[in-house]
Write a protein that binds this ligand. Structure first.
Ligand code: UD2
Length: 317
């Protein structure tokens, strides 16, 4: 069994990745500054003797390096980030610090302590608009936000460090991840987290545009498994793969699934398309299959049914 250091462990993807690794029997060193992560996401993990949470800021020079030197993990899964594209546009300096400078500190910590592998949370945002669908990893990268640019630069930075100093780097290009613990608080939160909350509250959802736009929605439990594979599968060499399902779901289809589970809620309203919204985003999952042995197994209808039943408010009797 391995010791894995997870940055952003209290976040949405980080907490599921932590739970998955612990269930596999691995030891997890969690790191989170709790800026957008929540300690409650780790309620189960904190009961494990194989888990500890370190409340430190990855972007603070020296902090992570000292922990990595003390813990000597076999791998680092770097998920701590500024996670909102819109926030990166509003605050590009913070995006630079949290999404690029922090990656450099992770790469340096890995180099200094001889960590064998770094897994990085990249994003479909690196591809930008107008890429042929389904998107393959070799597609031209034209990020259209500070967020996408920092994720792309981080990939290169880590890959260069890994090639030069001799560690393996796995970049995970997540598509639209959804599932329990995704925070619906901001208007720019993932659409599924927003829809889940609205339907639960009995309120109609708003669809931006005509609802025919499509996304490749991948369940967080599948993403957690992909992260564990990237960190622990023997013999991997450096590379970058899409973490996606290869299936497109339109916003209309999404609303229909929610309506079926919540028949009393009024039909969606339609609002103007979001400026900058892309029409279609669909990934090609073949490389993740070939390189990691990963295949997403949760169909959207099933993932949503589980999300809806898990988050349902129990009826008072
Ligand atoms: C996703 C990622 C983002 C970045 C981007 C790259 C999430 C949360 N965001 O942005 O980080 O990687 O992909 O391309 O995964 N919508 C509605 N009603 C709502 C909310 C959203 O119709 O109440 C629409 C929205 O206009 C869009 C679609 O739902 O067409 C998905 O929106 P999103 O914010 O969940 O994710 P996206 O694809 O813009």
């Amino acid at each position: 069994m391995a010791k894995i250091l997870v940055t952003g462990a209290a976040g949405f993807i980080g907490s599921h990745t932590t739970d998955f690794l612990l269930a596999e029997g691995q030891t997890v060193v969690g790191v989170d500054n709790l800026r957008t992560g929540h300690r409650e996401n780790l309620t189960a993990a904190l009961r494990s003797p194989r888990f500890a949470l370190h409340p430190l800021d990855v972007a603070a020079p020296g902090a992570l390096a000292a922990l990595v030197a003390a813990e000597r993990p076999d791998a680092i899964i770097h998920l701590a980030a500024l996670v909102s594209v819109q926030e990166s546009i509003a605050n590009p300096a913070l995006n630079f610090s949290l999404n690029l400078q922090a990656t450099h500190l992770v790469a340096e910590a890995a180099r200094a302590s001889g960590v064998g592998r770094v897994v990085f949370a990249s994003s479909a945002a690196i591809y930008g608009d107008g890429v042929a669908q389904p998107v393959r990893e070799a597609a031209e990268k034209r990020p259209v936000s500070p967020y996408g640019a920092a994720k792309l630069a981080s990939e290169d930075l880590l890959l260069g460090h890994g090639a030069c100093y001799g560690f393996t780097v796995r970049c995970q290009r997540y598509f639209n991840v959804y599932g329990p613990r995704q925070d619906p608080a901001s208007p720019y939160s993932g659409v599924i987290s927003i829809f889940a909350r609205r339907y639960r509250e009995g309120k109609p959802v708003a669809i931006y545009g005509d609802g025919r736009q499509t996304r490749d929605f991948v369940a967080v439990r599948d993403v957690a498994r992909a992260n564990a594979l990237a960190a622990t599968r023997p013999g991997l060499i450096s590379g970058a793969v899409n973490i996606c399902t290869g299936r497109a779901t339109s916003l209309r289809e999404l609303a229909e699934i929610f309506s079926t589970h919540n028949p009393g809620v009024a039909a969606p309203t339609y609002a103007p398309a979001r400026p900058g919204d892309i029409l279609h985003s669909l990934g090609d999952p073949a490389s993740a299959g070939a390189e990691l042995g990963f295949k997403a197994t949760t169909a959207v209808a099933k993932g949503l049914a589980e999300l809806i039943s898990e988050t349902a408010v129990p009826l008072l009797s």
